[in-house]
Design a protein around this ligand. Structure first.
Ligand SMILES: [Zn+2]
Length: 155
């Protein structure tokens, strides 16, 4: 049986294990460029707002997913967000124990679609949905225009 033959039995498919080298470079795009410049130069977190339906997004988008209009209005995020999900990471990518657990979370902002996944600057046992957090930025002189200009979120 080949891959293109139809089957409902996954054991009937031929397969082999291997590695395929696949490198990608993703650009941040026009909206992402502005997001990172504002973060680096002014310490602001920006989303976008659709002028037609009023929906707002973080990360910022240039086209509305609902009404397909071009979006050109950038708006500040609220000063605080709320953790929607949290996870304590205790091993590195090679499964070696980390000296200290790192907490990651999805932070959502009131009135915005989407959110930001980033470090939560808290002890692992404090990581929970519903926690109100604020962004913590690096010193202005050390910012590079990357998401790491945001150190994370703290209560
Ligand atoms: Zn819209």
């Amino acid at each position: 049986m080949t891959f293109t033959d139809r089957t409902k039995d996954p054991r009937a498919l031929r397969h082999w294990y291997g590695d395929i080298e696949a490198d990608y470079v993703y650009t941040s795009g026009v909206a992402g460029e502005r997001f990172f410049r504002e973060l680096r130069d002014h310490g602001r977190l920006l989303g976008t707002r659709c002028g037609e339906c009023g929906k707002r997004w973080i990360p910022p988008k240039l086209f509305c997913e609902d009404c397909f209009r071009e979006v050109s209005e950038f708006v500040d995020l609220p000063a605080t967000g709320r953790v929607a999900a949290a996870c304590a990471v205790r091993v590195d990518i090679e499964r070696n124990p980390l000296p200290q657990a790192v907490v990651w979370g999805l932070v959502r902002f009131k009135g915005f679609e989407g959110g930001l996944v980033h470090r939560l600057l808290i002890a692992p046992e404090r990581g929970r949905a519903g926690l109100v957090v604020r962004p913590v930025l690096r010193d202005a002189a050390s910012r590079t225009g990357a998401i790491t200009d945001l150190e994370g979120f703290a209560p």
